[in-house]
Design a binder for this molecule. Structure first.
Ligand code: 6PG
Length: 477
């Protein structure tokens, strides 16, 4: 037994992760259900480091140093359970099974519990950064027991991306499902970031009248400022790309129906259960759903609405500058909502997640990596009990400075008939938090009217009910 770590499941994420470990000097046992894939990996990349090719599950387990560390990189759901069923009987107490897929955190909690009974550590690890990240340095979000992190953490720190200050983009997030929970929220924020960028693009195209090439240039410029991030960078690349077959902008020949594999949806479902308003993220998930309803859209094309006259010259450029403000302000809201959800999840499940540390490990390697995350880290490091990101003076000032333009952009979108669900929902969230009084008082009155659900008063303690169908006097409930 010579391998310090093993990877089973050698599709692209699994093989790239295995190669990353090998390239960092670890001996890596590799295994796949069909052995041909294992052989192919070693044949093609064997020169990169030390691999031990294992044909059977038994061979794989025997190749690993103890305590064994084996990473499962198969499809989330039943395939993961099947692999665990296969390997668990071959393992010993103290061994560490790592699930590097996009598992639902509730599945991770269940698996952790089941394996803990047999003395085996189960570590759900969120890994972000796509194929390239897995190979060159992803952002890694490990859950599981603190002991398992002792066995695994130093290796993860070696293969993880490094932030600009050299810190590895990984740390122990919290016990059992904490890592997969944080990865899920990462993906929710990823959806929101992508939708906000898409709305900005749509406005630049329809209201400012910019061409895709010009919009690519605009995003490049924004990427040199406070919006500096991986997603803005690749947006410029995609928009500048020209389709070889037709000579048209690539973005004009792609079918406009966005797909999803489910992590954004889980974020919103979980937020609903926790009672956390993640409206920007929810609108991003729904926007993908709307885009996919081709029949409904076709049947609705004749509905009345304004047709926007694009702006020209300086007016167009002035509008584009406002869109940058709206995008930045809405982005602050998405992260505010996402971090709120992590805090709520941490409280619900007793994970003790350090929000500053989460922001820190998202600074490099992952899809939402951005200069901005350094500021979020600093905000939570300075005040770990910050009630929300908008309570941070720096963010409050920035969003305050952006709010006029943000409103102007949403107003222009509404007037021009351009859907901006995430911009608008983010602005509504901002205004709801600001409001001295919300109409929720009326909602409480209605609930009390039809269901005697009671209400609290602003001027006295206690619960009250008005006898709506009687003499309308108030009773203490
Ligand atoms: C990452 C990504 C990744 C995710 C894709 C696809 O962090 O590397 O989040 O894990 O699978 O982004 O997600 P959708 O298919 O749902 O868009």
């Amino acid at each position: 037994s010579t391998a310090q770590i093993g990877v089973t499941g050698l599709a692209v994420m699994g093989s790239n992760l295995a190669r990353n470990f090998a390239r960092n000097g670890f001996t890596v046992a590799v295994h796949n259900r069909t052995a041909a894939k294992t052989r192919a990996l070693v044949e093609e990349f064997g020169h990169e480091g030390d691999f031990v090719a294992a044909e059977s599950a038994k061979e794989f387990v025997d190749a690993l140093e103890r305590p064994r560390r084996l990473i499962v990189m198969v499809k989330a759901g039943e395939p993961t359970d099947a692999v665990i069923r296969e390997f668990a009987p071959l393992l010993e107490p103290g061994d560490v099974v790592i699930d590097g897929g996009n598992a639902h955190f509730e599945d991770t909690r269940r698996r952790e519990r089941e394996l803990r009974e047999r003395g085996i550590h189960f570590v759900g690890v969120g890994i972000s950064g796509g194929e390239e990240g897995a190979l060159l340095g992803p952002s890694i979000m490990p859950g599981g027991s603190p002991e398992s992190y002792d066995a695994l953490g130093p290796m993860l720190e070696r293969i993880a991306a490094k932030a600009a200050d050299g810190t590895p983009c990984t740390s122990h997030v919290g016990p059992d499902g904490a890592g997969h929970f944080v990865k899920m929220v990462h993906n929710g924020i990823e959806y929101a970031d992508m939708q906000l960028i898409a709305e900005a693009y749509h406005l630049l195209r329809e209201v400012a009248g910019y061409s895709p090439a010009r919009i690519a240039e605009t995003f490049r410029e924004w990427n040199r400022g406070r919006l500096d991030s991986y997603l803005i960078e690749i947006t410029a690349e995609v928009l500048a790309h020209v389709d070889a077959a037709t000579g048209k902008p690539f973005v004009d020949v792609v079918a406009d129906a966005a797909e999803q594999k489910g992590t954004g949806r889980w974020t919103v479902q979980t937020a609903m259960d926790l009672g956390v308003p993640v409206s920007g993220i929810a609108e991003a998930v729904f926007a993908r759903a709307v885009s996919g309803h081709a029949g409904l859209r076709a049947a609705s094309r004749g509905l009345a609405g304004p047709s926007a006259q694009p702006l020209e010259g300086e007016a167009a450029d002035a509008f584009a500058a406002k869109v940058e403000q709206a995008l930045y302000a809405s982005k602050i809201v998405s992260y505010t909502q996402g971090f709120h959800q992590i805090r709520a999840g941490s409280e619900e499940y007793g994970w003790g997640i350090d929000l500053g540390a989460v922001a820190s490990l998202w600074r490099g390697g992952c899809i939402i990596r951005a200069a901005f995350l350094d500021r979020i880290r600093a905000a939570y490091d300075a005040r770990p009990d910050l009630p929300g990101l908008l309570a941070d003076t720096g963010f409050a000032q920035e969003i305050g400075a952006a709010q006029d333009d943000w409103r102007a952009v949403v107003a222009a979108a509404v007037a021009g008939g351009i859907p901006v669900p995430a911009f608008a929902a983010s602005l509504a969230y901002y205004d709801a938090l600001r409001a001295e009084r919300l109409p929720a008082a009326l909602t409480q009155g209605q609930r009390d009217f039809f269901g005697a659900h009671t209400y609290r008063r602003t001027d006295r303690e206690g619960s009250f009910h008005t006898l709506w169908s009687g003499d309308r006097t108030e009773a203490t409930a």
